[in-house]
Ligand binder design. Structure first.
Ligand code: PRX
Length: 647
């Protein structure tokens, strides 16, 4: 295989050497520090198929961003699908690009680079025939089928901007996203399949686009052949329209800073934000991090079992791996279907070499013991990754000892929707690990810990707010349609720094230990959710006068959702199912309150601000550590809250 690997020859000639020792890591960091623009230009020129090669690296900084987004490679032109598809079709047309493992074990499709290229061209032509033009927004609301990746790449092929909405979101949440980005087309499927359950994607889409909607066409992939509603003139079958389209579609060449996609993510206040990523920088960063962090080799079978509805699916199922000409697996099911051996059964059958999952899945599987793992041959595995939340040392050790038989490298990768790709991580197999630590920054990333009290940088060991000190190519450029929100969220807390929203401790070896969110964002089973979204949903229920939602430690989910409810009418005591129904309608099936506490009132200051610190402490079982409550308007509320605590 080695001779047909598709990264251009210049890479092997020294354009971008793999990092194979800690010395090489240090050398790369020095090289980056000396000249960040030259560092990234060298990487992008040697690894990305540009139509016009860029000569400019970074333009702008964390001060000028307040007026204008910074840019990377701004004089370059490209279409990122040429990096993900065309060049591989020339050099390795028959290599498997996507292995798809369906909901039922053994329901497998293998799609070569040649076939993937053909399907993407057909879908791109189909979208064009529906009137989609460069810059137009397209919503993708699908399950984990290869056609979801085809749809993403088809948008990119014609310069359209996709926004993938996770298939668990409700009609209300889907409608909000459609309206926010003004999408004219939704691509969906009749139903999704997950763990033997059917997910009514088309019916939910019908709800979301009913009434006044910018959507004029709905393209429907047929997965289960379920009976679905059909609106003539608006709805179009994928297997009719896409498969009848021409398999050749010239790529639309766009400037490096042309938008590639919008992905909605939860913040501490208000509605989810449409984080915007752009073409040249994003593809450079995802391909660089994918091959560097995982020590990617030509014959790897790489499996990331995330969902394309989240950033991990974008960067490390679709864009990074395909840009690197890798074989990437898409998994439709769940880790427990039909049983706790499912991942390892897949590892044995597909001879997976790199496996990337979330701590929540590892904890759930560890609870089933090691027998379901040991039943299967895992000798193919070389690198094991985790992402999405802090991994507790017990889960790390189980992953390392039981799954990896003590011989695989574990990479605990810290990053965010906004960072586009991995930022703080071990490099396999170079960085000496410490269980529970995301370890060290990649070259090109500058973690800065800030003491929130003194607003000064903590140098050396210490604990504070995690910021990043210098732009990198994969960083989000703005919040779609609301640059002011981008600035207030990320660049207002600390001047000249990108504020991540995470807390972090740095030890004496310079290793980073993420302590979790320090804002009102929850991380439940690796899903990022805003307390404000839960609260808005809960108060929309007529029974609720006021609601405050906080997180609490949960052994399997990482964090659970704890809701304090002030009822309109105190006679109503058992409304939990009803309230969770309201949450499901407003957000989706993946959002659920774990613990409810009916309270007589919320602890408020005299100016009416809810003191969330108190609510957090009670939910965390630390009622004895409430601190100063003297500024409360009515301190007796706190006693009632402590008396009724659910944890
Ligand atoms: O709190 C951090 C946590 O997940 C947040 C980002 O969530 P999201 O944008 O949904 O992206 C998840 C996938 C990249 C971060 O602010 N997080 C992510 N990875 C880690 C982590 N916390 C600790 N360790 C990690 N490896």
């Amino acid at each position: 295989m080695a001779e047909i690997y598709a990264i251009p020859a210049r890479v092997q000639e020294g354009g971008q050497q793999p990092i194979s020792t800690m010395g090489a890591w240090l050398e790369a960091r020095h090289r980056w520090r000396n000249d960040p623009s030259a560092f990234w230009l060298n990487i992008t020129q040697s690894t990305i198929a540009w139509s016009t090669e860029p000569t400019v690296g970074l333009n702008g900084d964390y001060y000028s961003v307040k007026e204008t987004p910074f840019s990377w490679f701004e004089d370059g032109q490209l279409n990122i699908t040429e990096s993900c598809l065309d060049r591989h079709v020339e050099t390795q047309p028959n290599k498997t690009a996507i292995i798809w493992e369906g909901d039922e074990p053994g329901d497998v499709r293998k799609i070569s680079y040649r076939d993937l290229h053909g399907s993407v061209c057909q879908a791109a032509n189909c979208l064009s025939s529906m009137g989609v033009k460069s810059g137009d927004r397209v919503i993708i609301y699908m399950g984990m089928v290869p056609e979801a990746a085809v749809a993403m790449l088809a948008c990119a092929r014609i310069g359209a901007v996709h926004s993938v909405v996770f298939g668990g979101f409700s009609a209300d949440a889907l409608r909000d996203r459609i309206e926010d980005c003004g999408a004219s087309v939704v691509i969906t499927q009749d139903e999704g399949l997950r763990g033997g359950r059917r997910i009514p994607l088309k019916a939910t889409t019908d709800d979301a686009v009913s009434g006044d909607s910018p959507v004029s066409k709905v393209l429907v992939y047929q997965r289960t052949k379920a009976d679905i509603g059909w609106t003539e003139g608006r709805d179009v079958w994928w297997h009719e329209a896409v498969e009848a389209s021409a398999p050749v579609c010239e790529a639309t060449i766009v400037p490096a800073e042309h938008p590639l996609f919008i992905l909605y993510t939860s913040g501490s206040t208000g509605r989810p934000k449409g984080v915007l990523h752009t073409c040249g920088g994003y593809i450079t960063y995802t391909s660089y991090t994918h091959r560097t962090v995982f020590d990617l080799r030509d014959d790897d079978v790489y499996a990331c079992v995330a969902d394309v509805g989240w950033i991990t699916g974008h960067s490390y199922i679709v864009y990074g791996p395909l840009a690197n000409g890798a074989t990437t697996l898409m998994f439709e099911s769940t880790p427990l279907y039909p049983d706790a051996g499912r991942y390892w059964d897949m590892v044995e059958r597909h001879k997976i070499t790199i496996f990337y999952t979330a701590p929540t899945a590892i904890r759930a599987l560890a609870a089933h013991g090691s027998d379901p793992v040991r039943k299967y041959d895992r000798t193919s595995l070389r690198v094991l990754g985790t992402v999405g939340e802090p991994i507790n040392p017990d889960a790390w050790t189980w992953y390392h000892e039981v799954v990896g038989e003590g011989r695989c490298t574990i990479v605990d990768t810290w990053w965010q929707t906004e960072t586009g790709g991995i930022c703080i991580t071990p490099i396999a197999p170079v960085t000496p690990p410490k269980p529970g630590s995301a370890t060290l920054p990649l070259p090109g990333i500058e973690p800065v810990l800030v003491d929130p009290e003194t607003q000064t940088e903590i140098r050396g060991p210490g604990q504070g707010h995690l910021c990043l000190g210098y732009p990198w190519p994969g960083q989000a450029r703005t919040v779609y349609g609301d640059h002011a929100r981008y600035i207030s969220t990320y660049f207002s807390a600390y001047d000249g720094l990108y504020f991540t929203g995470d807390g972090c401790r740095r030890d004496a070896d310079g290793y980073h230990w993420i302590t979790g969110r320090i804002d009102d964002v929850l991380n439940v089973s690796g899903h990022r959710m805003g307390t404000a979204e839960f609260e808005a949903a809960l108060v929309s229920n007529n029974a609720v006068a006021e609601a405050a939602v906080v997180g609490y430690p949960h052994p399997l989910k990482g964090q659970g959702v704890y809701a304090y409810i002030v009822l309109q009418d105190e006679a109503m005591a058992t409304i939990e199912a009803d309230l969770n129904g309201t949450v499901r309608t407003a957000i989706g099936a993946h959002a659920r309150v774990d613990l409810f506490q009916i309270v007589p009132g919320l602890p408020k200051t005299r100016s009416g601000k809810v003191m969330r610190r108190i609510l957090r402490k009670v939910a965390e079982g630390e009622s004895d550590k409430l601190g100063d409550v003297s500024t409360l308007a009515d301190p007796s509320v706190v006693e009632a809250i402590i008396a009724g605590a659910q944890t």
